[in-house]
Design a protein around this ligand. Structure first.
Ligand code: SF4
Length: 232
């Protein structure tokens, strides 16, 4: 995909989702860090349900260290991989207190050194909490980037991120991340993308192939009983 096509694509998606934003509820960088860590392999909706009470009980890194691990596990047990995530949260809080005075570091590299925090989480935190442009590539961003031809099917997550960074103006990286997530979550869904009403169908190979396949599908055979009824 070239920059002109990407520009048109971004503008179309911006029109479709003018209010795209981070859907994980948080009030400060620390809460955002915890919410993003919890969101791995879990929906934002479930994370928001859990953090609604979690963030009242645990406000600072000290609070997560005051309780036994089992208590924290119990508080987040509705979230997938809750045992692993609980252990990482406590380790992460210890490091925040020992190395960063209880604050979330602003540097991407420092963030990725924290337990349970990978490149994607660090990108979400720096861009949403500290206004540093970044494109976090989650499952939606990866899927729609490949479907739209901004990246190749076999590209790794990092390659997708680098290609998007080349195609999207730097000051639009963060909002593009949100818009692509909304586009993937609510329109170009993994199982049932809405190709038949998609304004990008004209320039989407994947969508055209899907439409062609749908048109070429044989109609389901009528059951014997149904035929008999018709002819009677
Ligand atoms: S045409 Fe279909 S596959 Fe292509 S972007 Fe639109 S919804 Fe997604």
């Amino acid at each position: 995909m070239n920059a002109i096509t990407m520009r048109q694509t971004l503008d179309t998606i911006a029109e479709m989702f003018p209010d795209a934003r981070c859907e994980l509820n948080h009030r400060n960088p620390f809460e955002l860090l915890i919410a993003v860590l919890l969101s791995a392999q879990c929906t934002d909706e479930t994370v928001n349900k859990v953090t609604a009470s979690l963030f009242d009980k645990y406000k600072k890194p000290e609070d997560y260290l005051k309780v036994p691990l089992e208590e924290l596990e119990n508080d987040i047990r509705r979230i997938g991989l809750f045992r692993n995530k609980s252990a990482n949260i406590q380790k992460l809080c210890r490091i925040l207190l020992d190395k960063y005075g209880g604050e979330v570091p602003r540097e991407h590299e420092a963030l990725t050194e924290l337990p349970g925090v990978g490149r994607k989480t660090a990108n979400v935190v720096v861009s949403n909490a500290f206004d540093v442009p970044a494109i976090a590539v989650d499952t939606h961003v990866e899927r729609v980037s490949k479907r739209l031809g901004a990246a190749k099917q076999g590209d790794s997550v990092l390659e997708v991120e680098k290609k998007l960074m080349r195609l999207v103006p730097r000051d639009e990286w963060t909002i593009t991340h949100h818009r692509l997530i909304f586009f993937g979550r609510y329109h170009c869904k993994a199982q049932n993308p809405q190709c038949e009403v998609c304004p990008l169908l004209d320039r989407c190979k994947e969508g055209k192939a899907r439409m062609k396949a749908a048109l070429g599908k044989p109609r389901p055979k009528k059951q014997k009983g149904a035929r008999q009824l018709e002819s009677s």
